[in-house]
Design a protein around this ligand. Structure first.
Ligand code: HEM
Ligand SMILES: *[C@@H]1O[C@H](CO)[C@@H](O)[C@H](O)[C@H]1NC(C)=O
Ligand SMILES: *[C@@H]1O[C@H](CO)[C@@H](O)[C@H](O)[C@H]1NC(C)=O
Ligand SMILES: [Mg+2]
Length: 261
């Protein structure tokens, strides 16, 4: 009797243990299949768009991205409002070799130095030293040295970005940061809190950020979920301002510089 009570209890515990998993499966969002890019696939300096292409939310070859493709890909992949894709597309298209005739861009086009691609990237080399398109371990190690707690804060990320700026100024004889690039750079930082978190906390789990940058893959297998509310472009402005203040750039022209991305 005791034995059967015990085994009943065990099987009860077992089903309780299994149940949350079942619930979780029902509640969780699963991305489309991730496939590593091949040698002829176009990839560029943007970890966000590279990731969308690796999951097939953008063409897997990274080429011929039209406004309609971009709107759908950003919404389905990261839950970003279509208005934001419209705004960013006006910038992306400028990197197409046949601009202003172009109606699409390739991901590698984004890395043409001095159009959108800029120095001081968090995970890419300045173009003076090496190809600014691929993920760069050395640069990323510098950035990561500022992430000293399991949750990355606005202050830490702002300090990392200012650190990359100082390094570039000190070592790159061709260092340059246009007003557009300055604003873009802050907007790129804002993505940490809006896309890799849900935009409400001002923090983001360091392991999601590491996984995302290194693999250009959505970190669902380590617990990340696509945000449930649709991201508005205005959120980027809000986080960019917080970051600029944390970075101590308020007295600069940064408020004027705040543009897109
Ligand atoms: C049409 C939409 C987009 C365009 C045209 C675009 C373009 C770019 C470009 C040109 C860069 C390189 C700048 C540089 O660091 O030199 C970049 C970097 C970046 N992008 Fe995007 N992007 C787009 C969407 C996104 C999305 C949806 C995300 C987030 C999920 C994102 C996150 C980032 C981040 C974090 C960086 C900085 C990488 C680094 O500093 O190493 N972007 N993007
Ligand atoms: C990549 O392109 C080259 C040159 O066109 C071709 O020879 C090669 O087979 C392609 N590789 C793949 C994996 O498609
Ligand atoms: C990574 O970036 C550093 C610093 O800019 C550069 O010296 C190095 O050549 C880059 N590595 C690769 C593999 O491109
Ligand atoms: Mg760059």
């Amino acid at each position: 009797m005791k034995v059967s009570t015990l085994s009943a209890a065990v099987s009860c515990i077992a089903s309780v243990a299994a149940f949350p998993q079942y619930l979780e499966t029902r509640d969780t969002w699963e991305p489309q299949e991730w496939i590593a890019p091949g040698p002829n696939d176009s990839r560029g300096p943007c970890p966000g768009l590279n990731t969308l292409a690796n999951h097939g939310y953008l063409p897997r070859d990274g080429k011929g991205i039209t406004l309609d493709i971009l709107k759908k890909g950003m919404l389905e992949g990261f839950n970003i409002e279509e208005g934001d894709a419209i705004l960013l597309f006006t910038q992306a298209i400028r990197t197409a070799p046949d601009y202003p005739l172009a109606d699409s861009f390739d991901l590698a086009n984004l890395g043409r130095h001095g159009i959108l691609e800029h120095d001081i990237s968090l995970s890419r080399s300045d173009a003076y030293f090496a190809d600014p398109n691929p993920f760069n371990e050395t640069v990323w190690a510098e950035t990561e040295s500022y992430f000293t707690t399991p949750m990355i804060t606005v202050d830490q990320l702002a300090a990392a970005r200012m650190g990359r700026l100082a390094t570039s100024k000190a070592t790159n004889p061709e260092h340059e940061l246009s007003a557009l690039a300055d604003g873009f750079s802050w907007g790129e930082c804002a993505a940490f809190f809006e896309i890799m978190a849900d935009g409400t906390t001002g923090t983001v789990d360091k392991k999601f950020i590491e996984y995302w940058f290194k693999n250009e893959r959505m970190p669902t297998e380590i617990g990340w979920q696509r945000r449930k509310t649709t991201m508005k472009g205005s959120e980027r402005l809000e986080y960019s301002l917080k970051l600029i203040i944390a970075g101590g750039q308020v007295d600069d022209q940064s408020f004027n510089r705040l543009l897109l991305h």
